[in-house]
Design a protein around this ligand. Structure first.
Ligand code: GLU
Length: 289
């Protein structure tokens, strides 16, 4: 089957080196297999979208030499998410975060993972409020997947480890998980390369695909870039943007070289993105087989 990969940034601000490394790996993964590459702008959460950020991302990617064959903008695809939503058993819910925390506290069970699992308060008593969020009544199943990058398997029992999660917020915004599950299938994405922060989101996306009768791609969760303190690069932590580095006269080739070096690859001080294809190809044999 021909490979299609994607890079799916949220246009919430300028790209920093960490975003650039994930974008580079996603591009290398598609191109090293002779595959197609999709750019998908994930702009559904309008409150977090920054004007001009999508244009800046396109410019940064082009500057680095990371091209794409198709581009999609999620805010233009809301009908697709709405249609998928009608196929799933959901119920309205107006619980606040605080009420959820109190309900968990009141039931003897402490949350197991880092995330609070919604205890299902609204399952039986649906509020009839048009401002209610819609939660998915998750199937009583354990979903496992094998991550191609780390070669590890992650399993999650949906009711106890994930809980009924929101598919459409009270303000009408479709949830990231729903949009991603629909889009990856509709765009015929075969290989998802993305940051390791999304590893634990994957079983719920696979569960959505299965319930909607959609295919499941292969997943490759790549490590997030950290600073000298070992902390994840973030704009809030002061990571410089690519735009600032470019404005400061740093050549794209030097950025690419630094990104490759941070992955442990030995490369000259200035390179082009396509110079990294042979390195990635040799790595692919280990990653994919
Ligand atoms: N839009 C998400 C982000 O920027 C990534 C989604 C994905 O790759 O599945 O973190």
């Amino acid at each position: 089957m021909p490979v299609t990969g994607r890079y799916a940034p949220s246009p919430t601000g300028a790209m920093h080196l960490g975003n650039a490394r994930t974008a580079l790996l996603a591009w290398l993964h598609s191109r090293a297999q002779g595959g197609q590459h999709v750019l998908r702008i994930e702009d559904l959460d309008t409150a977090r979208v920054r004007p001009g950020a999508a244009d800046l991302i396109r410019r940064d990617l082009t500057w680095l030499g990371l091209d794409w064959d198709f581009e999609y903008i999620q805010s233009e695809r809301r009908d697709l998410y709405a249609a998928a939503l009608t196929l799933l058993p959901t119920y309205p819910c107006t619980c606040t975060r605080r009420q959820i925390a109190e309900a968990i506290h009141a039931s003897a069970g402490a949350p197991h993972g880092p995330e609070a699992v919604y205890p299902g308060t609204c399952r039986a008593h649906h509020p009839s409020n048009p401002q209610a969020a819609l939660r998915w009544r998750v199937p009583d199943e354990t979903v496992c997947f094998n991550d191609g990058w780390t070669q590890t398997t992650l399993c999650q029992h949906l009711p106890s480890e994930v809980g009924d999660f929101v598919l459409r917020r009270g303000d009408g915004v479709h949830a990231y998980h729903l949009a991603v599950a629909v889009d990856d299938a509709e765009m015929r994405v075969t290989d998802v390369v993305r940051g390791a922060d999304l590893l634990s989101s994957t079983p719920r996306q696979i569960a959505l695909q299965r319930t909607l009768g959609l295919p499941t791609p292969r997943y490759f969760h790549v490590p997030l870039m950290t600073d000298f303190r070992g902390e994840r690069l973030a704009k809030r932590g002061g990571a410089p943007s690519l735009a600032a580095l470019r404005a400061g006269g740093v050549p794209a080739g030097r950025i690419l070289s630094e990104l490759a070096t941070s992955l442990g690859w030995s490369v000259p001080a200035e390179i082009r993105a396509q110079d990294l294809l042979p390195i990635y190809e040799s790595l692919l044999h280990k990653v994919i087989e």
